[in-house]
Design a protein around this ligand. Sequence first.
Ligand SMILES: C[S@@+](CC[C@H](N)C(=O)[O-])C[C@H]1O[C@@H](n2cnc3c(N)ncnc32)[C@H](O)[C@@H]1O
Length: 365
Amino acid sequence: MSSSASNATANEKKKDEGWEYGEARDPTNRNVVWCKLCNKKCTAGISRLKEHLIGGYLNVTKCPNVPVKVSKKFKDMADKVKNDTKEKTRLEEEKRKRAQDVDEESGEEEDCSGGITSRQIATCRIAVAIHMLLIARFGPGVMDTVATWTKNLCINISQGHMQDMPNEVSSEESIKQGITDLSTWSVLDLGTGNGLLLQELAKQGFSDMTGVDYSEGAIDLARNLAERDGFTNINFLVDDVLEIKLDRQFRLVMDKGTLDAIGLHPDGSLKRIMYWNSVLRLVAPGGILVITSCNNTKDELVREVENMNQRRLSASQDPETLKGQATSVDPLPVFRYISHVRSYPTFMFGGSEGSRVATVAFVRS
Ligand SMILES: C[S@@+](CC[C@H](N)C(=O)[O-])C[C@H]1O[C@@H](n2cnc3c(N)ncnc32)[C@H](O)[C@@H]1O
Protein backbone atom coordinates (compact mmCIF):
# COMPACT_ATOMS: atom_id res chain seq x y z
CA MET A 1 0.00 0.00 0.00
CA SER A 2 1.35 3.51 -0.84
CA SER A 3 2.04 5.84 2.07
CA SER A 4 -0.78 8.20 1.00
CA ALA A 5 -3.19 5.23 0.86
CA SER A 6 -2.13 4.01 4.28
CA ASN A 7 -2.51 7.58 5.66
CA ALA A 8 -6.00 7.71 4.18
CA THR A 9 -6.87 4.40 5.87
CA ALA A 10 -5.38 5.62 9.12
CA ASN A 11 -7.42 8.83 8.88
CA GLU A 12 -10.60 6.90 8.09
CA LYS A 13 -9.97 4.78 11.14
CA LYS A 14 -9.26 7.87 13.20
CA LYS A 15 -12.74 9.13 12.35
CA ASP A 16 -14.38 6.16 14.09
CA GLU A 17 -15.81 7.37 17.40
CA GLY A 18 -14.30 4.32 19.10
CA TRP A 19 -10.89 6.01 18.92
CA GLU A 20 -12.01 8.41 21.66
CA TYR A 21 -11.60 5.45 24.03
CA GLY A 22 -8.82 3.53 22.26
CA GLU A 23 -5.20 4.12 21.49
CA ALA A 24 -2.99 2.42 18.88
CA ARG A 25 0.40 2.61 20.53
CA ASP A 26 2.15 0.70 17.76
CA PRO A 27 2.12 2.97 14.64
CA THR A 28 2.86 -0.05 12.41
CA ASN A 29 -0.15 -2.04 13.64
CA ARG A 30 -3.36 -0.15 14.25
CA ASN A 31 -5.19 -3.40 14.82
CA VAL A 32 -3.78 -3.57 18.32
CA VAL A 33 -5.76 -1.09 20.39
CA TRP A 34 -5.41 -0.29 24.09
CA CYS A 35 -8.53 0.68 26.04
CA LYS A 36 -7.99 4.13 27.52
CA LEU A 37 -10.39 3.33 30.37
CA CYS A 38 -8.90 0.04 31.67
CA ASN A 39 -5.70 -0.35 29.64
CA LYS A 40 -6.85 -3.69 28.17
CA LYS A 41 -5.10 -4.65 24.93
CA CYS A 42 -7.54 -5.59 22.13
CA THR A 43 -5.95 -7.34 19.16
CA ALA A 44 -8.76 -7.17 16.62
CA GLY A 45 -8.94 -3.47 15.85
CA ILE A 46 -11.31 -0.69 16.81
CA SER A 47 -14.39 -2.88 16.26
CA ARG A 48 -13.22 -5.27 18.98
CA LEU A 49 -12.54 -2.32 21.30
CA LYS A 50 -16.14 -1.17 20.81
CA GLU A 51 -17.39 -4.67 21.64
CA HIS A 52 -15.23 -4.46 24.78
CA LEU A 53 -16.99 -1.16 25.66
CA ILE A 54 -20.49 -2.51 24.93
CA GLY A 55 -20.08 -5.90 26.63
CA GLY A 56 -22.11 -9.08 26.14
CA TYR A 57 -20.01 -10.43 23.24
CA LEU A 58 -18.77 -14.01 23.34
CA ASN A 59 -15.02 -14.21 24.17
CA VAL A 60 -14.75 -10.43 24.73
CA THR A 61 -14.47 -9.13 28.29
CA LYS A 62 -16.44 -6.01 29.10
CA CYS A 63 -14.48 -2.93 30.19
CA PRO A 64 -14.89 -2.63 34.00
CA ASN A 65 -14.57 1.18 33.89
CA VAL A 66 -16.86 2.09 31.01
CA PRO A 67 -19.65 4.54 31.98
CA VAL A 68 -23.17 3.20 31.22
CA LYS A 69 -23.78 6.16 28.89
CA VAL A 70 -20.74 5.35 26.75
CA SER A 71 -21.54 1.66 26.61
CA LYS A 72 -25.13 2.44 25.55
CA LYS A 73 -23.99 4.90 22.90
CA PHE A 74 -21.85 2.25 21.18
CA LYS A 75 -24.56 -0.40 21.58
CA ASP A 76 -27.10 1.90 19.86
CA MET A 77 -24.61 2.54 17.04
CA ALA A 78 -23.95 -1.20 16.60
CA ASP A 79 -27.71 -1.94 16.60
CA LYS A 80 -28.27 0.72 13.95
CA VAL A 81 -25.58 -0.74 11.70
CA LYS A 82 -27.12 -4.21 12.18
CA ASN A 83 -30.64 -2.95 11.32
CA ASP A 84 -29.42 -0.95 8.31
CA THR A 85 -27.62 -4.03 6.99
CA LYS A 86 -30.73 -6.15 7.53
CA GLU A 87 -32.89 -3.60 5.69
CA LYS A 88 -30.37 -3.40 2.82
CA THR A 89 -30.38 -7.19 2.50
CA ARG A 90 -34.18 -7.19 2.57
CA LEU A 91 -34.38 -4.57 -0.20
CA GLU A 92 -31.83 -6.43 -2.31
CA GLU A 93 -33.78 -9.67 -1.84
CA GLU A 94 -37.00 -7.88 -2.79
CA LYS A 95 -35.33 -6.45 -5.92
CA ARG A 96 -33.92 -9.86 -6.83
CA LYS A 97 -37.33 -11.51 -6.31
CA ARG A 98 -39.03 -8.84 -8.43
CA ALA A 99 -36.52 -9.31 -11.23
CA GLN A 100 -37.03 -13.07 -10.99
CA ASP A 101 -40.83 -12.68 -11.15
CA VAL A 102 -40.47 -10.49 -14.20
CA ASP A 103 -38.11 -13.01 -15.86
CA GLU A 104 -40.52 -15.82 -15.10
CA GLU A 105 -43.40 -13.84 -16.54
CA SER A 106 -41.64 -12.97 -19.78
CA GLY A 107 -40.36 -16.57 -20.00
CA GLU A 108 -43.91 -17.92 -19.80
CA GLU A 109 -45.06 -15.58 -22.52
CA GLU A 110 -42.27 -16.58 -24.88
CA ASP A 111 -43.08 -20.26 -24.32
CA CYS A 112 -46.68 -19.89 -25.46
CA SER A 113 -45.56 -18.47 -28.77
CA GLY A 114 -48.78 -19.69 -30.42
CA GLY A 115 -50.81 -16.84 -28.91
CA ILE A 116 -48.25 -14.07 -28.48
CA THR A 117 -46.63 -12.01 -31.20
CA SER A 118 -43.04 -10.80 -31.10
CA ARG A 119 -44.43 -7.23 -30.97
CA GLN A 120 -46.29 -8.14 -27.74
CA ILE A 121 -43.14 -9.68 -26.29
CA ALA A 122 -41.17 -6.53 -27.22
CA THR A 123 -43.94 -4.40 -25.68
CA CYS A 124 -43.80 -6.43 -22.49
CA ARG A 125 -40.01 -5.95 -22.32
CA ILE A 126 -40.42 -2.20 -22.83
CA ALA A 127 -43.02 -2.12 -20.03
CA VAL A 128 -40.65 -3.95 -17.66
CA ALA A 129 -37.76 -1.61 -18.55
CA ILE A 130 -39.98 1.45 -18.01
CA HIS A 131 -41.17 0.06 -14.69
CA MET A 132 -37.58 -0.44 -13.41
CA LEU A 133 -36.50 2.98 -14.65
CA LEU A 134 -39.42 4.76 -13.01
CA ILE A 135 -38.98 2.99 -9.67
CA ALA A 136 -35.32 4.07 -9.65
CA ARG A 137 -36.22 7.67 -10.59
CA PHE A 138 -38.58 8.23 -7.65
CA GLY A 139 -35.75 7.73 -5.17
CA PRO A 140 -36.05 7.39 -1.40
CA GLY A 141 -38.41 9.49 0.70
CA VAL A 142 -41.08 10.06 -1.96
CA MET A 143 -43.28 7.25 -0.63
CA ASP A 144 -43.28 8.70 2.92
CA THR A 145 -44.01 12.19 1.60
CA VAL A 146 -46.89 10.96 -0.56
CA ALA A 147 -48.44 8.96 2.30
CA THR A 148 -48.15 11.69 4.95
CA TRP A 149 -49.26 14.48 2.62
CA THR A 150 -52.24 12.44 1.39
CA LYS A 151 -53.30 11.67 4.95
CA ASN A 152 -53.22 15.38 5.85
CA LEU A 153 -55.11 16.27 2.67
CA CYS A 154 -57.87 13.73 3.43
CA ILE A 155 -58.14 14.94 7.02
CA ASN A 156 -58.36 18.54 5.82
CA ILE A 157 -61.11 17.55 3.40
CA SER A 158 -62.97 15.51 6.04
CA GLN A 159 -62.83 18.46 8.42
CA GLY A 160 -64.12 20.88 5.77
CA HIS A 161 -60.93 22.94 5.49
CA MET A 162 -60.57 22.55 1.74
CA GLN A 163 -63.78 23.99 0.31
CA ASP A 164 -62.48 27.09 -1.42
CA MET A 165 -58.74 27.35 -1.44
CA PRO A 166 -57.38 23.99 -0.64
CA ASN A 167 -53.82 24.63 0.42
CA GLU A 168 -54.00 25.48 4.07
CA VAL A 169 -52.96 22.83 6.57
CA SER A 170 -54.77 21.97 9.79
CA SER A 171 -53.10 22.23 13.16
CA GLU A 172 -51.33 19.15 14.56
CA GLU A 173 -54.14 18.77 17.11
CA SER A 174 -56.89 18.69 14.53
CA ILE A 175 -54.81 16.35 12.37
CA LYS A 176 -54.61 13.99 15.37
CA GLN A 177 -58.38 14.16 15.87
CA GLY A 178 -58.92 13.63 12.15
CA ILE A 179 -57.15 10.28 12.05
CA THR A 180 -60.44 8.61 13.00
CA ASP A 181 -61.98 10.13 9.83
CA LEU A 182 -59.61 8.10 7.67
CA SER A 183 -61.64 4.92 8.18
CA THR A 184 -64.29 6.49 5.92
CA TRP A 185 -61.81 6.76 3.02
CA SER A 186 -61.80 3.73 0.73
CA VAL A 187 -58.46 3.67 -1.09
CA LEU A 188 -57.47 2.21 -4.46
CA ASP A 189 -53.83 2.12 -5.62
CA LEU A 190 -53.52 1.88 -9.42
CA GLY A 191 -50.48 -0.13 -10.57
CA THR A 192 -49.60 -0.94 -6.99
CA GLY A 193 -46.31 -2.77 -7.81
CA ASN A 194 -44.93 -4.09 -4.53
CA GLY A 195 -47.87 -2.57 -2.59
CA LEU A 196 -45.62 -0.63 -0.23
CA LEU A 197 -47.48 2.66 -0.78
CA LEU A 198 -50.62 1.00 0.61
CA GLN A 199 -48.60 -0.26 3.58
CA GLU A 200 -47.46 3.34 4.23
CA LEU A 201 -51.06 4.56 3.99
CA ALA A 202 -52.13 1.81 6.41
CA LYS A 203 -49.51 3.11 8.87
CA GLN A 204 -51.07 6.58 8.48
CA GLY A 205 -54.51 5.22 9.54
CA PHE A 206 -56.31 4.22 6.33
CA SER A 207 -58.02 0.85 6.64
CA ASP A 208 -60.12 0.07 3.54
CA MET A 209 -57.45 -0.51 0.91
CA THR A 210 -57.22 -2.19 -2.49
CA GLY A 211 -54.27 -2.40 -4.86
CA VAL A 212 -54.46 -3.45 -8.52
CA ASP A 213 -51.70 -4.28 -10.98
CA TYR A 214 -51.78 -6.12 -14.28
CA SER A 215 -48.64 -8.03 -13.37
CA GLU A 216 -49.37 -11.26 -11.49
CA GLY A 217 -45.76 -11.22 -10.26
CA ALA A 218 -46.26 -7.78 -8.75
CA ILE A 219 -49.49 -8.81 -7.02
CA ASP A 220 -47.88 -11.98 -5.59
CA LEU A 221 -44.99 -9.87 -4.31
CA ALA A 222 -47.36 -7.25 -2.84
CA ARG A 223 -49.40 -9.96 -1.09
CA ASN A 224 -46.30 -11.67 0.31
CA LEU A 225 -44.82 -8.40 1.57
CA ALA A 226 -48.13 -7.34 3.14
CA GLU A 227 -48.47 -10.70 4.87
CA ARG A 228 -44.86 -10.59 6.07
CA ASP A 229 -45.34 -7.06 7.45
CA GLY A 230 -48.70 -7.82 9.11
CA PHE A 231 -50.95 -5.80 6.76
CA THR A 232 -53.39 -8.62 6.15
CA ASN A 233 -56.38 -6.35 5.50
CA ILE A 234 -55.07 -4.95 2.18
CA ASN A 235 -56.85 -6.42 -0.82
CA PHE A 236 -54.62 -7.04 -3.88
CA LEU A 237 -56.08 -7.87 -7.29
CA VAL A 238 -54.70 -8.58 -10.75
CA ASP A 239 -56.46 -6.10 -13.06
CA ASP A 240 -55.59 -3.92 -16.01
CA VAL A 241 -56.25 -0.25 -15.30
CA LEU A 242 -56.97 0.36 -18.98
CA GLU A 243 -59.68 -2.31 -19.14
CA ILE A 244 -60.61 -2.39 -15.50
CA LYS A 245 -62.96 -5.13 -14.30
CA LEU A 246 -63.13 -3.89 -10.72
CA ASP A 247 -66.69 -2.65 -10.31
CA ARG A 248 -66.43 -0.34 -7.34
CA GLN A 249 -65.86 3.36 -6.66
CA PHE A 250 -63.30 4.67 -4.20
CA ARG A 251 -63.06 7.90 -2.26
CA LEU A 252 -59.30 8.07 -2.73
CA VAL A 253 -57.48 6.76 -5.80
CA MET A 254 -53.68 6.78 -5.78
CA ASP A 255 -51.34 6.50 -8.74
CA LYS A 256 -47.59 6.54 -8.19
CA GLY A 257 -45.72 5.96 -11.42
CA THR A 258 -48.49 4.12 -13.27
CA LEU A 259 -49.65 6.95 -15.54
CA ASP A 260 -45.92 7.51 -16.19
CA ALA A 261 -45.52 3.87 -17.23
CA ILE A 262 -48.66 3.99 -19.38
CA GLY A 263 -47.63 7.27 -21.02
CA LEU A 264 -44.16 6.03 -21.92
CA HIS A 265 -45.63 3.06 -23.76
CA PRO A 266 -45.33 3.23 -27.59
CA ASP A 267 -49.14 3.73 -27.86
CA GLY A 268 -49.01 6.12 -24.90
CA SER A 269 -51.45 8.82 -26.02
CA LEU A 270 -54.25 6.35 -26.79
CA LYS A 271 -53.60 4.51 -23.56
CA ARG A 272 -53.76 7.76 -21.57
CA ILE A 273 -57.29 8.33 -22.91
CA MET A 274 -58.25 4.80 -21.82
CA TYR A 275 -56.62 5.53 -18.45
CA TRP A 276 -58.77 8.63 -17.86
CA ASN A 277 -61.96 6.78 -18.84
CA SER A 278 -61.18 4.11 -16.23
CA VAL A 279 -60.18 6.60 -13.56
CA LEU A 280 -63.41 8.56 -14.02
CA ARG A 281 -65.32 5.36 -13.29
CA LEU A 282 -63.19 4.41 -10.28
CA VAL A 283 -63.16 7.72 -8.35
CA ALA A 284 -66.44 8.25 -6.49
CA PRO A 285 -68.24 11.61 -6.90
CA GLY A 286 -66.45 14.07 -4.63
CA GLY A 287 -63.53 11.63 -4.35
CA ILE A 288 -59.86 12.45 -4.77
CA LEU A 289 -57.26 11.31 -7.28
CA VAL A 290 -53.61 11.71 -6.21
CA ILE A 291 -51.08 11.26 -9.02
CA THR A 292 -47.35 11.08 -8.33
CA SER A 293 -45.19 11.38 -11.42
CA CYS A 294 -41.51 11.58 -12.17
CA ASN A 295 -42.18 12.17 -15.83
CA ASN A 296 -44.69 15.03 -15.80
CA THR A 297 -44.55 18.31 -13.92
CA LYS A 298 -47.43 19.51 -11.80
CA ASP A 299 -48.43 21.97 -14.54
CA GLU A 300 -48.36 19.26 -17.20
CA LEU A 301 -50.62 17.03 -15.11
CA VAL A 302 -53.06 19.88 -14.48
CA ARG A 303 -53.07 20.69 -18.22
CA GLU A 304 -53.70 17.03 -19.08
CA VAL A 305 -56.72 16.97 -16.78
CA GLU A 306 -58.07 20.21 -18.24
CA ASN A 307 -57.65 18.84 -21.79
CA MET A 308 -59.39 15.63 -20.79
CA ASN A 309 -62.31 17.60 -19.31
CA GLN A 310 -62.49 19.71 -22.46
CA ARG A 311 -62.46 16.64 -24.73
CA ARG A 312 -65.32 15.08 -22.82
CA LEU A 313 -67.31 18.30 -22.86
CA SER A 314 -66.87 18.69 -26.62
CA ALA A 315 -67.87 15.07 -27.18
CA SER A 316 -70.97 15.53 -25.04
CA GLN A 317 -72.02 18.55 -27.14
CA ASP A 318 -71.47 16.77 -30.42
CA PRO A 319 -74.90 16.54 -32.18
CA GLU A 320 -74.12 12.93 -33.14
CA THR A 321 -73.52 11.98 -29.50
CA LEU A 322 -76.60 13.89 -28.35
CA LYS A 323 -78.91 12.12 -30.80
CA GLY A 324 -81.50 10.04 -28.97
CA GLN A 325 -80.48 11.30 -25.49
CA ALA A 326 -82.95 12.73 -22.99
CA THR A 327 -83.02 16.55 -22.89
CA SER A 328 -81.70 16.81 -19.35
CA VAL A 329 -78.52 14.85 -18.75
CA ASP A 330 -76.42 14.74 -15.57
CA PRO A 331 -73.48 17.14 -15.65
CA LEU A 332 -70.31 15.46 -16.88
CA PRO A 333 -67.99 14.23 -14.17
CA VAL A 334 -64.75 16.18 -14.33
CA PHE A 335 -61.58 16.49 -12.28
CA ARG A 336 -60.46 19.77 -10.74
CA TYR A 337 -57.00 20.52 -9.34
CA ILE A 338 -57.01 21.01 -5.56
CA SER A 339 -53.45 20.82 -4.26
CA HIS A 340 -49.94 19.54 -4.80
CA VAL A 341 -46.87 18.62 -2.73
CA ARG A 342 -44.68 21.69 -2.33
CA SER A 343 -41.90 20.14 -0.28
CA TYR A 344 -40.03 18.26 -3.03
CA PRO A 345 -36.61 19.80 -3.73
CA THR A 346 -36.70 22.10 -6.77
CA PHE A 347 -34.05 23.12 -9.30
CA MET A 348 -33.77 25.74 -12.04
CA PHE A 349 -33.68 24.59 -15.64
CA GLY A 350 -33.78 26.90 -18.67
CA GLY A 351 -34.96 29.78 -16.49
CA SER A 352 -37.91 27.90 -14.94
CA GLU A 353 -38.14 26.18 -11.61
CA GLY A 354 -38.86 22.46 -11.65
CA SER A 355 -38.98 19.43 -9.39
CA ARG A 356 -37.91 15.86 -10.14
CA VAL A 357 -41.20 14.50 -8.76
CA ALA A 358 -44.73 15.92 -8.76
CA THR A 359 -47.63 14.82 -6.58
CA VAL A 360 -50.93 16.45 -7.53
CA ALA A 361 -54.45 15.99 -6.13
CA PHE A 362 -57.65 16.38 -8.14
CA VAL A 363 -61.23 16.24 -6.91
CA ARG A 364 -63.92 14.58 -9.02
CA SER A 365 -67.20 16.44 -9.41
C1 LIG B 1 -43.37 2.51 -12.05
S1 LIG B 1 -44.23 1.17 -11.42
C2 LIG B 1 -44.86 1.87 -9.90
C3 LIG B 1 -45.27 0.82 -8.91
C4 LIG B 1 -45.80 1.38 -7.59
N1 LIG B 1 -46.96 2.22 -7.79
C5 LIG B 1 -44.71 2.14 -6.86
O1 LIG B 1 -44.84 3.34 -6.68
O2 LIG B 1 -43.72 1.50 -6.46
C6 LIG B 1 -45.68 1.08 -12.43
C7 LIG B 1 -46.60 -0.06 -12.06
O3 LIG B 1 -47.77 0.05 -12.85
C8 LIG B 1 -48.13 -1.23 -13.30
N2 LIG B 1 -48.91 -1.04 -14.52
C9 LIG B 1 -48.51 -0.47 -15.69
N3 LIG B 1 -49.53 -0.45 -16.56
C10 LIG B 1 -50.59 -1.00 -15.93
C11 LIG B 1 -51.94 -1.26 -16.31
N4 LIG B 1 -52.39 -0.97 -17.54
N5 LIG B 1 -52.76 -1.82 -15.41
C12 LIG B 1 -52.30 -2.15 -14.18
N6 LIG B 1 -51.06 -1.95 -13.76
C13 LIG B 1 -50.21 -1.37 -14.63
C14 LIG B 1 -46.82 -1.98 -13.50
O4 LIG B 1 -46.97 -3.38 -13.46
C15 LIG B 1 -46.02 -1.43 -12.33
O5 LIG B 1 -46.18 -2.23 -11.18
